[in-house]
Design a protein around this ligand. Sequence first.
Ligand SMILES: *Cc1c(COP(=O)(O)O)cnc(C)c1O
Ligand SMILES: [Zn+2]
Length: 388
Amino acid sequence: MTALDYLECSRCSRRYERGKLHGLCECGGPLLVRYDLERLRREWQRDSISQGPSSMWRYCRALPVTQESSIVSLGEGLTPLIRVKRLSQRFGSSDLWVKDDGINPTGTFKARGMSCAISMCRELGVNKVAVPSAGNAAGAAAAYAAAAGIEAHIFMPRDVPRANYVECVMAGAKVTLVDGLISDCARIVSQRKEAEGWFDLSTLKEPYRIEGKKTMGYEIAEQFDWRLPDAILYPCGGGVGIIGMWKAFEEMEALGWISSQRPKMVAVQAAGCPPIVRAFEQGAPASEFYENAQTLASGLRVPKALGDFLALEAVRKSGGTAIAVSDDEIMEGVGDPASSEGIFAAPEGGACVAACKKLLANGFFRPSERVVIYNTGSGLKYIETYDR
Ligand SMILES: *Cc1c(COP(=O)(O)O)cnc(C)c1O
Ligand SMILES: [Zn+2]
């Protein structure tokens, strides 16, 4: 099983023991999971991966679960990586791909993070969790908690996509709709969790969702036969996916599976809530709280991300960029792959399509470069958004 070693603060490098429940570091920094990669390098060959399960758990030696019986899986991960030739032609590229994480349990890539986090809850004896969510994290948490027999308390903005509310209620979660944003939901959870005995599954306040999401990076490498693409466009809300993929690349290089070449990491945000783009443009190490956040891409409505500094670091080190697109562009970005490829994306994925079009048009991407558009969710979860 796992080569889990210890946890390490992403800010101050303080170490924490495995086998115990941890939230943030004392200094407020998110914790990252560290593995014994030297040992793994000797014991774990990339050619053996394809014999593992048809899910993200094929990378279980670099995931934190120590006992197989702890794993709570609904078949998440190992999603299609699709070459989109007709879309490429429209955009003037010759090597464009969509990684479609809409094909996941609960219809979004949040399944990856929650499968891992809830598995660790089971392993460490947690029986009540709380999640503030812009929508999809709630749906995934409710489903995996149900599968694990864990009580889920969900707090989400009143105007989340209807599918998110209904899926949580059907999964038996206790749902509270909040007049406000995800940041308001997070405040309620942190105020009440101690008295209620809830384990807080907020983005990056626990160390394991990022481990689930890093499997996106492992999969892209495996699916391209261990040669990473030239660029990856990712819809950046809390930034967990970018941070996770970047971590996966570092781990795979240490394992001897990939070279030191990295894709340009592109953080895509909505024009109505672009804190990371602003920070990138200003050369700032972290973002500022973005007031009056508004966008139809509910997963991108995150005014201030706890891991902003880590996402910005990955974008900068990779030679990537951060770019904002308007809601109108997002709607076009949903329509383009739907009508030319049959891929019905979430608005967050549509944002990446729109950004890709812009970056090809302005020359940031050369037409011959291999570019992956990350679609993080299914359009089917946003029917009333699209129907307006
Ligand atoms: C949560 C979410 C995002 C943002 O993900 P982060 O890893 O928090 O940046 C993007 N797309 C969808 C569909 C989401 O649900
Ligand atoms: Zn710290």
